[in-house]
Ligand binder design. Structure first.
Ligand code: SF4
Length: 198
């Protein structure tokens, strides 16, 4: 079964991967991992919004730095130096790599060199066969939908696919392919058997 192979390949690369059936189980996994009162940074993950991660952690006294909490002047720095960082991904490959593209790149920076503890939550709709298919998904599915969500002036917002633009408002300045966790970094990957985010 491809899900078993995906989890096996992620674990063989040093990620701590688990499969859960649904959002409720995903919430339980995150609750079990993160200590009450911890500081937690986020990017702009719609998956986390759909799961209700921030609300759940706030109830446990966690400090939240991220999407929907833009009151902190030094938000990105605080997210980057939190105890934990939680993000989704634009694609997760059956071969075990995790792919994200980013405009400001605070998210991919935090994932690879920010908090020592990272959680990546990914719905089954983001599973791809390999890196090539993962980058294709990131640029031709995730990016156009995010450009529309953020109302960016990019051609992909209009055409629904990547046009390799140089728009000053482009949302994909950098592409991260995680082959393994960075040195000293613990990366928990929660693969959810539901479609989440885009
Ligand atoms: S390069 Fe431009 S068109 Fe392509 S995904 Fe990025 S923002 Fe959209």
């Amino acid at each position: 079964m491809y899900m078993n192979k995906l989890i096996e390949n992620l674990n063989s690369r040093g990620f701590e991967a688990v499969y859960v059936e649904n959002k409720d189980e995903a919430r339980k996994s995150i609750n079990n991992a993160i200590e009450s009162g911890a500081s937690v940074g986020f990017g702009g993950s719609m998956t986390c919004v759909e799961i209700g991660v921030q609300e759940m952690l706030k109830e446990r006294g966690c400090e939240i730095y991220g999407f929907g909490h833009y009151d902190a002047e030094d938000l990105y720095l605080k997210a980057h130096t939190s105890d934990w960082y939680i993000s989704s991904a634009n694609a997760i490959c059956e071969t075990g790599e995790i792919i994200n593209i980013d405009g400001r790149s605070n998210r991919i920076g935090a994932i690879v060199s920010g908090p020592k503890n990272v959680i990546i939550i990914v719905g089954k709709n983001k599973i791809t066969a390999n890196i090539i298919a993962g980058i294709d998904r990131a640029r031709n599915i995730a990016a156009p939908m995010n450009a529309a969500r953020l109302n960016r002036n990019t051609p992909c917002k209009v055409t629904g696919k990547c046009e390799n633009c140089n728009s000053p408002e482009k949302i994909c300045h950098n592409t991260l392919i995680q082959h393994h966790p960075s040195y000293g970094s613990r990366v928990i990957v929660i693969v959810v058997g539901e479609s989440l985010g885009f």
